[in-house]
Design a protein around this ligand. Sequence first.
Ligand SMILES: *Cc1c(COP(=O)(O)O)cnc(C)c1O
Length: 425
Amino acid sequence: MTQKDSEAFYGPDFNALQAQDPDIAAVLISELVRQQKNLQLIASENFTSPAVLATMGSTLSNKYAEGYPGKRYYGGCEEVDKVEVIGIERAKALFGAEHANLQPHSGASANVAVYQAFTKPGDSVLAMSLPHGGHLTHGSKVNFSGKWFNIFSYGVRQEDELIDYDELRDNAIANKPKMICVGATAYPSLIDFETVRKICDEVGAIMWVDAAHFIGLVAGKAIPSPVPYADVVSFTTHKVLRGPRGGMILSKAEHAAAIDKAVFPGMQGGPIMSAVAGKAVALKECATPEYQAYAKNVIVNAKALAADLEKEGMRAVSGGTQTHLALIDIRSTGVNGKVADERCGASGIVLNKNSIPYDPETPAVTSGIRVGTAATTTQGMGVPEMSQIASFIARAIKDGGDENKAKAIRSEVNALTAKFPIYAR
Ligand SMILES: *Cc1c(COP(=O)(O)O)cnc(C)c1O
């Protein structure tokens, strides 16, 4: 996209910004160009639609709306009330949920609300261990969860790198957690929600699914839903789901009042109504056959990418993927995750280093990389492109320390992404 095209995309508002603040306007353009030219393989990122972007740059941003539709603490909420009611109804219909709260500012904020709704500081919570793919909010010592709660962790088996449900059950019986969390940031397989429900019932724990990564695949009916099993499901709206940056919580009707109170006034002040509108728009998009086809293709592409990287001599953790992301053990290349991440970046491939289960390296170095296909699939890439991408990654890891070779890979990457333009008009 040329600069002129970017201006056309952002419309008169962008022209106003450019006139008033060329420094920031220039960054908006160069960031768009960065997203267009490089390969975006970060598993938690995607390209949201122009319709969603339009809501986020709208005057809904100006409105204070503390409270919930029909029960606000400020006047003038009659218009934003409509947006939130439509969004809640869409969320309940799409996921078959009894209750939906669209106000959390982010996935982490949604999780703060979940803890607050069901636990008190000092209570025991069982969640996936961070080195095995759990999120910061699942008990990291530097996060509120690890500071304020008594966290017990479960992990994956060394042999097959899958969740060990027997260990999870033994752990739950021994430690009697108030709440059990499943869901992770770097777990390529599906989770057995039925088994987790049984364990929760056996020990009397709340079943919390942190579906931030995979909820978009559930929305697109490409993988089984946790909603029938879980007491509460929290997630982000900007990963595979492809909506605005933000969080959301679904729950059983019996927990509705506790969840709503935990979000406001428990954790937040006014909701970001422009983002709530964006969530409503994204939920409508998710209900279309096009999105369902997209969600299936995301998985097809991730499986292809993992298999292609194995052909390049690397190892897919747990033998591959059933979702949108793959975790790749790159020890066979002799290069660690940190260096691989840097070399890929220099070659126009944006991904992240990631610990693998039982990683001998520190979290700052790691033995792995994490790749996801949400963004490239939105661009329209398919299985043939995945094999090209796998070869770019392999070359970048092996040769990317050499500036000229990195430059050569980068120009091939740019040629590929040019065939799949985003935000073009
Ligand atoms: C991304 C993620 C979050 C946090 O989302 P933010 O919007 O970055 O706060 C929480 N839990 C899991 C499992 C995630 O993957």
